[in-house]
Design a protein around this ligand. Structure first.
Ligand code: DGL
Length: 313
């Protein structure tokens, strides 16, 4: 039986879901998290539904049985499209949050009425996405572009140094792919007929936002899902009575780190300084731990010892 002190599970095919974890940690600073990157089996985007669904089930079972998670965030658009309905019916008591390309919020932002959507082939050819698109028929023109290979290239680039300032976007593997797909979508900008809003429909893509920005120009709005997902997770936990408050977090910290001095902060309401130091996040990967460590350090500022390798057959 999960308790308020149980961790929230977060999973993705690889390091992309770290973008969602970053938003979750910011919005829910008293919670514990266990993140699983299925990097040995990434990318999911070009694998097909049956494979992605089997992985999603195996990982949900693993996180539930081995880590007693109290809620699960499927921080992967591709896995959500392939399997969220099945997971929901297999675990009716598990608060579950999935991700889909945020094309509805994009409607509120676009001025030109032309919205670009990038994501994996799996997500963008799914019936779930097809239905979402059909439900907004006539409200905007959506230019939908599957980006084969981009998530995989982002996985591979995690531990490479940042490109030198001023170097051409196309000089890196990720940059060359961004260039190819952005050019295939047509003209970006804020003039009539141009795409003025770009929906990042894959959690990996936020990590190449600077490359995308260099290609589309400053006026184009990017829409991603990390913050809305974090808000939805909070709402679900609240309504299930599973939200962990500052006092519980501080007491757990004091028990785990008797010299840490956090007990003095236990009466504080809301997030406090002491809690922000709690190593409340465990990061697991089925693939290379060095890559996960690089992503964790680079994008979340987390120490390497938060990361370990696991096997999830
Ligand atoms: N990050 C994932 C998504 O949001 C999947 C990337 C992949 O494995 O292809 O769709």
């Amino acid at each position: 039986m999960p308790l308020t002190s149980s961790p929230i599970g977060v999973f993705d095919s690889g390091v992309g879901g770290l973008s969602v974890l970053r938003a979750l940690r910011a919005a829910l600073p008293n919670e514990r998290f266990v993140y699983l990157a299925d990097s040995a089996n990434a990318p999911y985007g070009e694998r097909g539904d049956a494979y992605v669904s089997a992985r999603t089930h195996a990982i949900t079972r693993y996180l539930r049985e081995q880590h007693h998670i109290k809620a699960l965030v499927v921080a992967c658009n591709t896995a959500t499209a392939a399997a969220i309905h099945e997971v929901r019916s297999s675990y009716p008591d598990l608060p579950l949050v999935g991700l889909e390309p945020a094309i509805k919020p994009a409607l509120a932002v676009t001025q030109t009425g032309r919205v670009g959507v990038i994501g994996t082939r799996g997500t963008l050819t799914s019936s779930k996405f097809g239905k979402l698109l059909a439900s907004l028929d006539g409200q905007a023109q959506f230019v939908v572009q599957p980006c084969d290979g981009l998530a995989h290239a982002i996985e591979r680039s995690v531990d490479l140094p940042e490109p030198a300032p001023g170097s051409a976007v196309g000089a890196t593997e990720t940059g060359a792919l961004c260039e190819r797909y952005i050019h295939a979508m047509g003209e970006f900008g804020t003039a009539p007929g141009q795409i003025d809003t770009l929906v990042l429909g894959c959690t990996h893509y936020i990590f190449v936002a600077h490359e995308l920005r260099a290609l589309v120009g400053p006026g184009v709005q990017f829409i991603e899902t990390g913050e809305p997902v974090a808000r939805q997770t909070r709402r679900l936990l609240e309504s299930a009575g599973l939200l962990r408050n500052a006092r519980a977090g501080a007491l757990a910290h004091a028990a785990e780190y008797p010299d840490g001095g956090a007990a003095a902060d236990a009466e504080n309401e809301g997030p406090d300084e002491a809690l922000s130091d709690v190593p409340n996040t465990r990061l697991l990967t089925t693939g290379s731990v060095a890559m996960l460590q690089a992503g964790a350090q680079r994008w979340l500022g987390l120490p390497a010892d938060c990361c370990s390798t696991v096997s999830v057959p």
